[in-house]
Design a protein around this ligand. Structure first.
Ligand code: ARG
Length: 569
């Protein structure tokens, strides 16, 4: 990675020039303003302050100590003491070629030998996935891919809600109201229907409520009939969720769910009590979190049942034991912030040292009429995807009327799914976003179809070249920089590994989306400003080669976001 090579070099120069300085923060980053150079190092100022020396003098002594570097054309001091770095064109090209010939596309192997657990999607059994689960699935899966690229062993864990008080109600509902045919056809919908019906009955019929409780107790005590029913509900729900996951290209390493930890809850409560953390309060057991500035957290209800928090604490401890992860990442909507703050605080009190990270996202606003399939707050995800594909098909039919129908459908699938995913991923997760079809499917602007279209166009340039000149000239073609637009594109491409790493470390796939969009824009300037097929021989081949490298990086980046890139659109 160019930034890392230069950082190492600058660190050495700082040490040589100022043996006593603390160089731990010395890094080199992309230049904020391209007029001043390609990269810059800003630490001379901070270090000068510590040493009580004039910052420009410090910068000058560092530059003197740095000497020559094979990638670097010039070093300059600017303003109060910035060090601006301009690279040699040869150095840029060589670095780029090296970057794209590796499998990781230059992304460093930061995570080698380490594991992260990513807890995402996590819908509840017998309930449809709501918009929160959909965003969790899409954002979580992008983080999953990003961390794998950084070399981590990722445990993608779909922590489904499969244990809780609702099961007594569902069991009663199932025994009295289930429609077997509907259960086969649309299992989650039918399970939800019987749940709602049974739940409503609990409110007016005390005896019914009692029976629901009794069924729950039986289930928790391991009654074989109720366990079999519970397993059936899980199987039916997972079957339906799976269809969605397959369609979205999402897969998990584990689907353990809350129930996996159920036998650990009593022991955990004992430990909390033993360590003086859980205390009695109005019949319940609670952990006080005053010092943390948080409300108390109930870990056992008055009726003896355990809470969501208790289950999550047990889950952290178990994951810590089993995987010794470098981090556990949770992806849910913003409404669970307090829950995770409480859970993490209690884990700390229990001595857990694993970094725990809650990646929360804002809700997605759906303007009225966005989805014909919307009922209440629940969006039928499959219907949403169907609509995306149908709309994309219309676009593909217009743009490629001569494409065979089957291919049009295949392209529309990739474009429709890509549009939905990208509309989510390209936004800063921690904001509320508004989804509109116009924006998601726009062929110009920051959208998946725009980027997919850019890739397809780039591929077609190469095709046209081959038709006219054949393949032979491309074999040995190297990239040459003969125009400023080429240089800017190459620089932008070289930033790719940094961008991938930043997106992962900030838990923001939007950082990668922005980086890809920037590449597409630089490409577009390049494409509009220089001739390709009409250029002189040699330059022509170089430009086609640069196109190929651009397409390769865009495709790689979109794949990290879980988005496919058809060769034609
Ligand atoms: N099932 C939960 C819900 O639907 C989300 C679970 C998130 N993960 C966790 N470990 N709590 O709200």
């Amino acid at each position: 990675m160019v930034s890392e090579i230069l950082s190492g070099w600058m660190k050495e120069a700082f040490v040589k020039a100022l043996p006593d300085a603390d160089i731990s923060r010395v890094t080199v980053q992309e230049a904020a303003n391209p007029a001043f150079g390609d990269y810059q190092c800003n630490e001379a100022m901070g270090i000068a302050k510590g040493l009580r020396k004039p910052p420009r003098d410090v910068a000058a002594s560092v530059i003197a100590a740095a000497g020559a570097h094979p990638l670097v054309a010039s070093l300059e001091i600017a303003g109060p003491g910035f060090i601006n770095i301009r690279l040699k064109d040869d150095g840029l090209i060589e670095s780029l070629e090296k970057m794209v010939c590796g499998e990781r596309m230059g992304v460093p192997d930061d995570g080698a030998g380490q594991c992260v657990v990513i807890d995402y999607s996590s819908p509840n059994i017998a309930k449809p996935m709501h918009i929160g689960h959909i965003r969790s699935t899409i954002i979580g899966n992008a983080l999953d891919r990003l961390y794998r690229r950084l070399g981590y062993r990722v445990i993608a864990d779909n922590h489904i809600g499969d244990w809780g008080t609702q099961f007594g109600i569902i069991i009663m509902g199932y025994r009295h109201f289930a429609d077997q045919e509907a259960l086969q056809r649309a299992p989650v919908e039918e399970l939800e229907r019987i749940y709602v019906k049974s739940y409503e009955k609990t409110r007016e019929d005390e005896a019914w409520m009692e029976q629901c409780r009794a069924e729950l107790v039986k289930l928790q005590a391991g009654d074989p009939d109720n366990l079999a029913l519970w397993e059936k509900f899980i199987e039916l729900s997972l079957g339906e969720f799976d269809r969605v996951y397959r369609r979205l290209g999402v897969s998990f390493d584990l689907i353990r769910g809350e129930s996996y930890y159920r036998d650990k809850l009593a022991g955990l409560l004992e430990r909390l009590e033993h360590e003086g953390l859980a205390v009695e309060s109005e019949g319940a057991r609670v952990v006080m979190l005053e010092e943390e500035g948080l409300p108390l957290c109930i870990v056992r209800k008055r009726d003896g049942g355990f809470n969501y928090a208790t289950s999550d604490i047990a889950t952290v401890l178990s994951r810590e034991d089993e995987f010794s992860p470098a981090c556990i990442i949770y992806v849910t909507d913003e409404r669970q912030q307090l829950h995770f703050k409480q859970v993490f605080s209690i884990c700390r009190k229990l001595g857990c040292e694993t970094p725990l990270m809650h990646v929360w996202f804002g809700l997605m606003r759906l303007p009225e009429g966005t989805f014909s399939t919307r009922q209440g707050n629940v969006i039928k995800l499959e219907a949403l995807l169907d609509e995306a594909e149908a709309r994309a098909l219309k676009i593909v039919k217009e743009s490629s009327p001569d494409m065979p129908e089957a291919q049009q459908r295949e392209v529309a699938r990739a474009v429709g799914l890509g549009a939905v995913k990208y509309a989510d991923l390209s936004q800063n997760p921690q904001t509320m976003i508004t989804f509109t079809w116009e924006k998601a499917l726009a062929l110009d602007g920051n959208s998946a179809p725009y980027l997919q279209y850019a890739c397809a166009r780039i591929c077609s340039v190469r095709e046209k070249y081959v038709q006219q000149f054949g393949e032979a000239g491309l074999q040995a073609a190297g990239i040459m920089i003969t125009h400023p637009a080429e240089r800017e594109l190459v620089l932008q491409l070289l930033r790719y590994p940094d961008i991938v790493r930043r997106a992962a470390l900030l838990y923001k796939p939007s950082v990668l989306a922005d980086g890809l969009y920037a590449i597409a824009q630089k490409y577009s300037t390049f494409y509009q400003n220089v001739p390709f097929l009409k250029a002189d021989s040699g330059v022509r081949e170089s430009r086609i080669r640069l196109c190929a490298v651009t397409a390769q990086i865009l495709q790689d980046g979109l794949a990290l976001l879980g988005i496919e890139t058809p060769e034609r659109i």
